[in-house]
Design a protein around this ligand. Structure first.
Ligand SMILES: *Cc1c(COP(=O)(O)O)cnc(C)c1O
Length: 377
């Protein structure tokens, strides 16, 4: 079935108890046993809950996975994925990635006897050379935030498989509607559902989706053991958001591409970093790997002062961190989302004062462009 249909129906048949069309919020911590030693399908909500199960079945269907696990945040999903590693293992990470994941890898994982190395995975030879005998996981994130770099997931999955290494992709920016890593041979797809999947800027949530039964069994164990699972109420909210995910992503894709085309014609704008534009260095890869390139991208003004002036003058766009909601958000990575990176690292990768990141919402594009035009005037 198509994504539009799966988003509405997968995992969500009418509720067996009363025929409720929306999965009810099973707001309970525990479930009655039939007799001693005879639990029903569920016994305790940390281990399993019907509302969360409905969400997880829907997520698995959307990504072409067999199993999905939902968590209290994207970072909880990151921490559980990294808990697949053991002391003595080595993980290779694409060198341009979400700041919170970088913080977890360097501040937590690296202290547990796991080797952590960063490599530019756009360079497949460098990737090959960096794999060690104890490398157990390749960590990708594409497109990246805020630089909009892509990695070739199919090529990376092929390399990893040949070397007996597992792969994970942080698919947050793309959403299942624009990119399906499992179809490209990646083992684990990760989402901050806080962003496009929920899409309404009112929940913090994360997910891991896999095909492999053995990885799924370990993730199920870790979800329960770490107590990081998503609550029933938040599971309900994400399910509600998912119903319109395909429609929203189509609107985000179209609005962001139109905004990117408009921005590159403005004399105050120095560069637009959007993989849907033909001048993007990985435009071909974007065309091959993604159905649409999403609603979030970056651009550079001609000076840092011009960027700050624009950001302080927008009216319809909200100056805020995060992305992927129905409303348009705009921010300054250098001073906001990426301020925790050391300044020399920010400058070395190109996160400078002129850069603006925009999460284009699903308002009318003419109103959004008019807002940026008045802020630049
Ligand atoms: C936001 C985000 C995360 C972390 O998710 P939270 O829900 O904020 O914990 C991880 N990866 C990417 C790419 C993100 O944008």
């Amino acid at each position: 079935m198509h994504l539009e249909t799966l988003a509405i129906h997968a995992g969500q048949p009418p509720d067996p108890a009363h025929g409720a069309v929306m999965p009810p919020i099973y707001q309970t911590s525990t479930f009655a046993f039939k007799a001693v030693g005879q639990p029903g399908e569920f016994d305790y909500t940390r281990s399993g809950n019907p509302t969360r199960k409905a969400l997880e079945e829907c997520l698995a269907a959307l990504e072409g996975g067999a199993h999905a696990f939902s968590f209290a945040s994207g970072m909880a999903a990151v921490s559980v994925a990294l808990a697949l590693l053991e002391s003595g293992d080595h993980v290779l990470v694409h060198d341009d990635l979400y700041g919170g994941t970088y913080r977890y890898l360097t501040g937590v994982t690296a202290n547990l006897g796991v080797g952590v190395d960063f490599v530019n995975m756009r360079d497949l030879d460098a990737l090959q050379a960096a794999i060690r005998p104890n490398t157990r996981l390749l960590w990708t994130e594409t497109p990246t935030n805020p630089l909009m770099n892509l990695q070739d997931l199919e090529a990376i999955a092929d390399i990893a498989r040949a070397r007996g290494v597992r792969t994970i992709t942080d698919n947050t920016f793309a959403s299942p509607c624009n990119q399906r890593p499992l179809d490209l041979g990646i083992d684990i797809s990760l989402h901050s559902m806080t962003k496009y999947i929920n899409g309404h800027s009112d929940v913090i949530a994360g997910a891991l989706i896999v095909r492999d039964d053995a990885i799924a069994e370990r993730l199920k164990f870790l979800q329960n053991a770490t107590g990081t699972a998503l609550s029933p109420f938040d599971s309900f909210l994400v399910l509600r958001g998912i119903k319109t995910l395909p429609l929203r992503v189509e609107a985000h894709n179209a609005n962001a591409l139109a905004m990117a085309h408009w921005l590159r014609e403005q004399p105050q704008v120095a560069q637009v970093l959007h993989p849907g534009l033909p001048e993007h260095p990985q435009h071909q890869l974007a065309q091959r790997q993604m159905r649409g390139v999403g609603g979030t991208f970056s651009f550079r003004m001609k000076s840092g002062e011009a960027a700050v002036r624009l950001l302080n003058r927008v009216r319809l766009h909200t100056l805020a961190e995060s992305l992927g909601g129905v409303e348009s958000l705009i921010e300054h990575p250098f001073a906001m989302t990426h301020a925790s990176m050391p300044e020399e690292v920010r400058r070395a990768v190109g996160i400078t004062e002129e850069m603006i990141r925009i999460s284009v919402g699903i308002e009318h594009i003419d109103d959004l462009i008019a807002d940026l035009a008045q802020a630049m005037a």
